[in-house]
Design a protein around this ligand. Structure first.
Ligand code: FE2
Length: 378
């Protein structure tokens, strides 16, 4: 997830402005029935899925060989509009809104309280199967708190026009100088280089981006080059293993409204490593909820691992086999690390400065790294 410096809704930094949101035109009257995968999922395979190997890393770089997908169609127009209706409801805007100098408006922790359609959509086995297939590993949603995190960016038409004027002026200059033909190379990112807190992320676009320029995600490859992945169009999504790849979100021009929905995932199998950290989300979360959900799922993982270990021990004893002491000690050491990691992530509440987090896992830019341009439309 692209996290930013944000302030909790109850803080003095709470934004009091009302976002100017213009609903996209819809071709159908919205229903209000429950999520139906046959109706609301319109999945089409991504044109390309880049592996860790493709971008210069060994497959062992993460929990899966998959690095990132190209944008792919995922949700019907009705599903998008139903999610928008829930996300932009008065209850969510009033109770779940965070703002900052970088991210004017983020909405968090609302899905299991105020957005039943959105919640069901992300928890449904068919949706999880699609995300898992692209990710190359069986995934579940990270925690309820991280279902459908919203980044909301609204500009006035005047601001939009000013940006486009600046862009056109620069394009004209570049044409005059004979350097036209390059993609928009505004290197001012929304969020600096970072890795996410969670293993996998699915970013879905809920706005009409027909006229959008920019808005890509830049990735740093294994040899230090920079690769850009296109941002998704409305109803489309991108899946990325953001915990293990340095990346940054680039600015988008040409739209008054940009609403992205970010849902995070972790491996389903309790035996898999879980490198989840809370660095990027601690200062922008209700800590009671965050620590409860984090400790609950981690303890469930531990419970399952111990259950399996006990079974193995009992079977060894009942069949008269030797207890594999080395293996048992390795298991215990792994669980010690697992618990220590978990304990470290649950920073005492009095030591968490809410709303103060300039960057998440910042990574130094290597000397001499250069942007690698990809052909348009690739
Ligand atoms: Fe991110």
């Amino acid at each position: 997830m692209a996290a930013a410096a944000v302030l909790p809704a109850s803080s003095p930094g709470k934004s009091t402005s009302v976002p100017l949101i213009v609903e996209p035109k819809v071709t159908h009257v919205l229903g209000n029935e429950e999520f139906d995968p046959k109706k609301h999922l319109t999945f089409q395979e991504p044109s390309k899925i880049y592996t860790m190997n493709d971008i210069g890393f060994p497959d062992s770089n993460g929990i899966s060989p998959v690095a990132v997908s190209e944008p792919f169609q995922l949700f019907s127009e009705e599903a998008v509009m139903r999610m928008r209706k829930e996300v932009l409801s008065d209850e969510v805007m009033t109770n779940c809104k965070y703002s900052s100098n970088i991210a004017h408006c983020q909405l968090r922790g609302f899905a299991n309280k105020y957005a039943p359609f959105t919640y069901d959509l992300w928890k449904h086995p068919d949706t999880l199967a699609i995300i898992s297939k692209i990710a190359g590993i069986d995934l579940v949603t990270e925690m309820d708190l991280e279902i459908a995190h919203i980044n909301l960016s609204i500009k006035s038409e005047e601001e939009q026009h000013q940006e486009m004027d600046a862009f056109n002026e620069r394009a004209q200059y570049e044409a005059d100088e004979g350097i036209a033909g390059c993609p928009w190379e505004d290197d001012t990112p929304i969020v600096g280089w970072h890795r996410d807190s969670y293993p996998f992320v699915c970013v879905t676009m809920l706005s009409d981006c027909t006229n959008m320029i920019g808005g890509e995600t830049a990735l740093r490859t294994g040899n230090g080059d920079i690769m850009k992945v296109r941002g998704p169009q409305m109803g489309c999504a991108v899946v990325m293993q953001g915990r293990y790849i340095e990346h940054q979100a680039l600015r988008a021009l040409g739209t008054t409204e940009r609403i992205t929905m970010v849902t995070s995932f972790r491996p389903r199998c309790p035996k898999m490593r879980d490198d989840t950290v809370l660095t990027t989300v601690r200062p922008i979360s209700n800590l009671q909820e965050l620590y409860h959900q984090f400790s609950e799922y981690r303890l469930e993982i531990l419970e399952e691992r111990i259950r399996q270990q006990l079974k193995d021990l009992r079977e060894a004893t009942s069949s008269g086999r030797r207890i594999p002491t080395k293996k048992l000690k390795a298991f215990l050491e792994e669980q010690e690390r697992f618990l220590r990691h978990m304990n470290n992530e649950m920073v005492d509440e009095e030591n968490v400065v809410m709303g103060v987090q300039v960057e998440c896992h910042p990574v130094e830019v290597k000397e001499g790294s250069k942007a690698k341009k990809r052909p348009r439309g690739e």
